[in-house]
Design a protein. Sequence first.
Length: 178
Amino acid sequence: MTRSESIKEIAAALLKAQQAMGEAKKSATNPFFSSAYADLNAVRAAVLPALNANSITVLQPTVVIDGRNYVETVLLHSSGEFLTSQTEIKVKDATNPQAEGSGISYARRYGLQSFLNVGAADDDGNTATGVAKATETKAAPKAKAAKDTFKKAAKETTNGTGAVSSPLSDLGENGDWS
């Protein structure tokens, strides 16, 4: 992150803006994973009115740093103070203009959302990697089995009475279980 020498004015304005911001709405659907997420327009709708009302504008130009492409999110206050953050543009095929455009949109969305600490559940990443489904699929049967085992052990331990029985109470006079 880079910033102007002073951030006194922008810090106060940013605090007021964040107090007025809401969550980004999950209004877009990823057709490949059947998941809802907050797209770039939803993030912009959540942050721009509050930022602009507090004299902060947002710029998101692309920049090249050490041969890598980034979206630079710039918060510029009317006082001239600024804060910037960079989000790398990641694409599989940099020669494909559509892929590059998608990468820029993705970097703009996450750069803005992250920089301003705006919440929105975007589960397309977990679904894409299989994390959410694997956890749900594997954890649910294990949790049920553990719960069933606990219930059975609790019932056996209390002999169905609710009182804990001692295995020593089953010992005969000679100290055996006969």
